[in-house]
Design a protein around this ligand. Structure first.
Ligand code: TXA
Ligand code: MG
Length: 374
């Protein structure tokens, strides 16, 4: 049944956006979407009104798009869990636009947390703080802490400021799909199911924020991200990874371990992460493509130089660092699904500090299928 205009998801775009040509292509492809092009103040005002009415509005950040909802409204938060089909025991991150807003979330900001905020906000660092007792249990999953971050995107900072309260924002994908790094990805998963999406262009970091907790005088990394343990080491306290981050990595020594439990951002095709020198990867991929083609399978090669992609059905050069691969990974996995790829080879790195976040996401997406060719 056709939706009325009121039921459609609004895609808010800046009137003065310079890449209108590319954006225009979205017009016809989503019957459940209505595009509104507005000047920045009006765009922020309209989107904020929906959020104040406890509706869901996806917003851009430097990491991935978030599915925005008032962080202080149980009604709005329950809608987030329903739209994403997310289990209720997984707490959300509250996004703030100013340090003053922290008062709505926490009872106390420890001095180390304050130093980290001064150094990294706005930016991809989420910090666990003691939660106010009157916060909705849907936000914290009933835990004594609340995760907080200030995202680095001017439209979203203006939006939170206009709403006047923190916004919860899990990645704006359907559960099991890669996180969205463009407004179009949000529409692919949630068009017709949420009030709107603020189009802020492509996310620059491309993977979710680093999540940390300050415990017993140490910084504990609960989820690795663009802010690395090396970045966090200059604050005079030890920086450690949470145990659950380290253990699954060890299981990965067995290639193609199913690791079903850790498979979150999974593409439809089988994925293998290759770690080793160019020559070894080229040899491995060439043989694997031959075998796969004999079985009628379609193969994608991601993140390698073009010579390694020869003969593949789909090839994407994702740049030549773990940061550029991370920035384009989720979009590349969506593209593989669209191209009906059965087998995906991705470039991996030795799991050192600077590559840890990428390798963590590759571990989850591949179900632990790391192949060490060193
Ligand atoms: O980059 C990001 O952080 C994105 C963008 C949109 O800001 N958001 C995001 O949210 O990734 P979400 O909900 O997908 O991830 C939140 C993570 C989950 O792993 C959750 O378990 C953890 O943070 N988390 C939140 N509150 C927590 C708490 N009180 N204790 C422990 N972990 C918590
Ligand atoms: Mg997520």
């Amino acid at each position: 049944m056709a939706k009325t205009d009121r039921e459609k998801t609004i895609l808010w775009q800046l009137e003065e956006a310079d890449d209108l040509l590319q954006r225009r292509s979205l017009d016809s492809s989503y019957p459940e979407v209505r595009i509104q092009r507005l000047p920045v103040e009006q765009l922020v005002f309209e989107a904020a009104q929906h959020l104040r009415a406890d509706e869901l509005v996806a917003f851009p950040t430097e990491t991935v798009y978030g599915l925005g909802a008032s962080a202080v409204s149980s009604k709005a938060l329950l809608r987030v869990f329903a739209a994403k089909k997310r289990p209720l025991d997984n707490p959300l991150i509250a996004h703030v636009s100013s340090l003053t807003q922290l008062e709505q979330l926490t009872t106390h900001v420890p001095s180390l947390a304050q130093q980290l905020m001064d150094a990294f906000w706005p930016g991809p660092l989420s910090i666990l703080l003691p939660a106010r007792r009157d916060l909705p249990k849907e936000l914290t999953a009933g835990l004594p802490t609340v995760a907080v971050r200030m995202p680095r995107h001017p439209l979203t900072l203006a939006l939170i400021e206009e709403v006047g309260m923190p916004l919860a924002g899990p990645s704006a994908n359907r559960s099991g799909r890669p996180s969205p790094t463009k407004a179009q990805h949000v529409l692919e998963d949630l068009a017709g199911e949420i009030a709107g999406v603020v189009d802020g262009g492509t996310c620059s970091v491309g993977i979710e924020s680093t999540v940390i907790e300050i415990m017993d005088g140490r910084i504990v990394i609960l989820r690795p991200g663009d802010i690395t343990s090396a970045d966090l080491k200059s604050f005079g306290v030890p920086v450690v990874y949470d145990q659950h981050l380290v253990e699954p990595q060890e299981e990965a020594a067995v290639p193609r371990s199913p690791g079903q439990k850790y498979r979150h951002y999974a593409p439809r095709g089988e994925m293998r992460v290759l770690i080793g020198e160019t020559a070894a990867c080229r040899k491995y991929v060439r043989e694997a493509i031959g075998l796969a083609h004999n079985q009628g399978k379609r193969v994608a090669v991601l993140g390698f130089e073009s010579s390694i992609g020869e003969g593949a059905d789909f090839f994407l050069d994702l740049g030549n660092s773990s940061q550029t691969i991370a920035a384009h990974l989720y979009e590349a996995l969506r593209a593989c699904d669209e191209a009906a790829i059965d087998l995906i080879f991705v470039r991996g790195y030795e799991p050192s500090e600077s590559h840890f976040a990428l390798m963590n996401r590759l571990f989850k997406a591949s179900g632990g299928a790391f192949i060490d060719l060193r």
